[in-house]
Design a protein. Structure first.
Length: 173
């Protein structure tokens, strides 16, 4: 009888250890899921699967763009409006430095520290080859800017980084 009681206590002790280990594991996995999905700075690239499937086509587009000889220049303005938007001016020029009057120009931009906040817009030219657009800037840093321009059957794509500083006083104006 005493031996049976000792075996029962040992069995109960191991059962409690296993249950505690399972509870600890479930708690850690719940915490990991909350951390992984709760931080806006950790983001999955939109359409990453489609981009991976079309990687060869994307590389061919970039190679064809490079053969066009077009270049993108970005001028960062110094003034911000009351909403914290800063005007950036994109200039698209050919290999001789002449402006390229494209039919459409699409821009996708985001701050590298908050990739979940992406800005997609179609930009209109104010002069041939000159495309101003407003970018919401809440803190200085590098922005990734993807440019997609079309002129007839020609397509130009470029991905670039641009540093956008805060104003000298550190405010958003």
């Amino acid at each position: 009888m005493i031996g049976d009681a000792i075996k029962t206590r040992r069995g109960a002790r191991w059962m409690i250890i296993v249950v505690l280990l399972l509870a600890a594991h479930a708690s850690l996995m719940t915490w990991a899921a909350i951390v992984a999905t709760g931080d806006p700075n950790f983001v999955v690239i939109p359409n990453y699967y489609d981009k991976a499937l079309n990687w060869d086509k994307d590389q061919a587009r970039r190679s064809a763009s490079a053969q066009l000889g077009w270049k993108v220049q970005i001028d960062v303005g110094t003034a911000r409006d009351a909403l914290g938007r800063q005007t950036l001016t994109l200039r698209l020029v050919d290999h001789d430095g002449a402006p390229v009057p494209v039919d459409t120009l699409d821009v996708e931009a985001f701050h590298e520290a908050s990739a979940a906040s992406r800005l997609k817009l179609v930009v209109r030219a104010t002069q041939p080859g000159t495309f101003p657009f407003q970018l919401p800037v809440h803190h200085s840093g590098f922005h990734q800017i993807e440019v997609n321009a079309r002129l007839g059957s020609l397509e130009f794509v470029e991905l670039m980084k641009c540093y956008v500083p805060m104003s000298p006083k550190g405010d958003n104006r």
